[in-house]
Design a protein around this ligand. Structure first.
Ligand SMILES: *Cc1c(COP(=O)(O)O)cnc(C)c1O
Length: 359
């Protein structure tokens, strides 16, 4: 029996998302997944594992609503922001008929989730300074076969690090009105909360915002993310989400992370990341192997090297794992380096400072 032939065509052809964990690698300094470098210890307070959890734990919704400045009815909690990327496709896109649009170089999951469901992927490259190419997006939105139902944009953008221009985002919302959802992936917005679009939700019913506890909250292993949107969109997503998506321990720990001590800790995490990011940016600017450092708003630096392959290898030999971005359009020679502890940043610099390249 040929099990491959039993599988759906799309799944057989699919290359799964090349997550940092899947790619693996060897080392003791993990700077390839934009994780926070240190773990916070937590204790479970709920001893009710014999019971199914609430589908959407009300206390958790209330706590995140307070943090994000929205109403609980405008929130969905899911297994990371990644699950929400997929739920949106399942709820809004007809396989074989509809499309999603996104703007490379950007996060890989928008395309992978669409492909897995047989939904067409439309890409519009971002402009030279990594902003939205609005005329090209407008042209794609005007087409009817396939019909673009969801536009995913990432703010700040992974891996380029830049925020999107607020006027451009408003323009995108205007041109998508009545045609498509605009999903603003704010996975890293906690590092620049002043630039969030969350306060725009009242004005734009087709705006959807993705958030996560994986980055600034230092809880990537918890798998907890949030979708901020109009209550009608939330209700549609609730139709396709698993019956018990949020395990009791996840809700328990997430609630602690969103308490006043937890939020104080997040503030300290962010200050520490920014401090180390500034240090690493300054240190790398003295390295002759570095071609350009792109100043980013998240917990990483995107760096273009004279010889990225060699740098990647040299770092690897010293046990430092970073993320190769050189195959993304416009990012030839670029590596993405997550901001680790100060010691980890120093180890990166030590390796790179001795690498001599001609300018
Ligand atoms: C990390 C990341 C996510 C996924 O976050 P999870 O909540 O861990 O699933 C989504 N979007 C972007 C841009 C990310 O970098």
């Amino acid at each position: 029996m040929n099990l491959q032939e039993l599988a759906r065509d799309e799944v057989r052809a699919l290359t799964p998302y090349q997550s940092a964990r899947r790619i693996g690698g060897q080392g003791d300094v993990w700077l390839n997944a934009n994780e926070f470098p240190c773990a916070t210890p937590y204790q479970l307070t709920q001893q009710t594992l014999n019971r199914y959890p609430e589908c959407q734990p009300p206390m958790l919704l209330a706590a995140y609503a307070a943090y994000a400045g929205v109403r609980a009815g405008q929130l969905l909690v899911s297994r990371g922001a990644d699950e929400s990327i997929e739920l949106l496709i399942r709820a809004f896109c007809e396989p074989g008929k509809d499309a999603v649009l996104y703007c490379p170089p950007t996060y890989g999951m928008y395309g992978v989730s669409a492909e897995a469901f047989g939904v067409t992927r439309r890409t519009v490259l971002s402009t030279q300074n990594w902003q939205l190419d609005l005329p090209a997006i407008e042209a794609a939105l005007a087409e009817t076969t396939p019909h673009v139902k969801i536009v995913y944009v990432c703010h700040p953008n992974n891996p380029t690090g830049n925020l999107l221009d607020h006027d451009d985002l408003r323009c995108l919302l205007k041109m998508a009105e009545g045609r498509a959802l605009v999903v603003v992936d704010e996975a890293y917005i906690d590092f620049r909360l002043d630039m969030s679009t969350a306060s725009w939700l009242e004005e734009w019913p087709h705006l959807v915002i993705l958030r996560t506890l994986s980055k600034a909250f230092a809880l990537a292993g918890l798998r907890c993310g949030f979708t901020l949107a109009h209550p009608e969109i939330i209700q549609l997503l609730l139709k396709v989400i698993a019956p018990y998506p949020i395990p009791v321990p996840v809700a328990d720990i997430a609630l602690q992370a969103l308490g006043s001590d937890g939020l104080q800790r997040v503030k300290r995490n962010i200050a520490e990341v920014i401090d180390n990011r500034d240090w690493l940016q300054q240190a790398l600017s003295t390295c002759s192997c570095v071609d350009r450092i792109f100043s980013g708003e998240g917990n990483w630096l995107l760096v273009r090297f004279q010889n990225a392959e060699r740098v990647f290898k040299m770092l690897g030999e010293q046990g430092i794992v970073v993320r190769d971005q050189s195959r993304q359009p416009g990012l030839e020679g670029c590596l993405r380096i997550t901001i680790g502890t100060r010691e980890e940043c120093e180890r990166v610099w030590q390796v790179l400072s001795v690498l001599k390249e001609k300018r």
